[in-house]
Design a protein. Sequence first.
Length: 557
Amino acid sequence: MNLALRPKLLAAFGGLLLLTIAISLLSLWQIGTINSAAAEIRTVWLPSIDVIGDMKAYTARQRIAASRVAVAADDAARGEALKLYGKQTADLAAALKRFDAIGVTGEAAALYGKYQALRGPYEASMTAAFDLAKQNREQAEKAMNGEIVQAFRKVQEALEALASHDRQGAAQANEVVRQAYSHALWSIALVALVAVAVSAGAVLWLDRDVVRHLARLAGIMRRLADKDYGFTLEGTARGDEVGDMARAIDVFRASMRQGDELAAAQAAEAAARTERANRVDALVQTFDSDVAHTLQSVSQASGGLHETAESLSRIAETGARDAVAVAGASEQAAANVQTVAVAAEELGASIGEIGRQVSVSATIAAKAVAEATRTNQAVSSLTTAAEQIGAVVALIADIAGQTNLLALNATIEAARAGEAGKGFAVVASEVKALANQTERATNDIRQQIESMQAATGEAAGAIAAIGQTIGQIDHITTTIAAAVEEQGAATQEIARNVAEAARGTSEVSAGMNGVRQVAEETGTVASEVLMAADDLTSQSDGLRARVSTFLAALRAA
């Protein structure tokens, strides 16, 4: 077949694409049918059936509540029954609103209208029975069990007819869903089988007409890469890309044969040139080795001289800088030593004054310890006195208690004496009141004494702590005085050593001036040696460059 690969591939995959589109469109159509039927079941039939069931239940409950109103024995029972009837009627009205919101049409709307036509007279008859029950309960009960029951049954039959219609509608919609699913299943399966058959045919066709020829050409290319030209080339007469590749391979084979012949001739010529170049190269390498060895020796010598000169110059510069730095440092050290000497003298004077102040502080601390001891003794005496007062108050409290007891006994005896003991009873009552006042006063005094004892105890503890603290201060001031004396002696020794250090730094400063002069002379000599080494290195590099240029020109020739 002379068609190109592009039309072949487009034909194969285009057929598969068309089958895929057909399957997709068929699936979408069937899914739409199923979705419409399911939506009808979900939004119309099932809600309608559910609401109708509620309507039937509320109608039955309304009938029961109405019967209770008709047979109520008194107004209270009738009122409770009317409340229940009103609730069931309201629930039924809410269910009717939900059914109206569904929006039924056709036969369902006609059945619903019939129900509404029966419901109005039915509820009116129950209202009339309520009015009749107020006058004649037996007549109302008879009406409830007679004509109203017949009306109730007709209303329920209308609701049942409407529910039966909705159940049939739901069953029909469900049958539509089932049939749509069955049709979709068989249609998709059939189209899928056709797609599989077309895919298998396309794969076999492409394998026979394209893939096998490409695999054979790949094997020929591998033989051509190994310079094997003895193969038979097929497919050059094809009009597609496979034929183009076969003809291109034939051209490559001819070109590679010519290239191999030309490469053999060039290899022979190159071998002759290589032999001559090897001889010239051997002579050049010998000359290059000799000259390089000589120049390397000169370069190493000049390099060593250059490094020595640089090292000597650095040492001289470092020595000069160090000498200047040491001289400056020694002068600064001399000035600092003089300053330290003056400061040491001032420190000695300050330490003496501190010693005198510490002695005064020790004397004051000793006096404070004695005063704290006396104060503690006074507070202890106050505590003892408070304890004695507490004992006296306790005695007074005992006396008041005994007095109160005697007054109580006197009151009892006066009561026994009758009229003769009234005056004695008044006195006993006054004595008892006085004893109670005395007891309350002694309790207040006891509380104040206990508070005073607690305060004096705390004061005694605080004064004792103050005495201990002052004693510690006395000990510390004594220690400080001893340390100040030792520091004064050390300060005098420091002043003497500082004076000797000042004399030594002056001598070091004078000696460093001579070292600086010697370092400057050494730096001058090192600079001259460095210049000579640089000149020798430049001449050696120039000679090496000229020799390298000569050898390069010789190799190129």
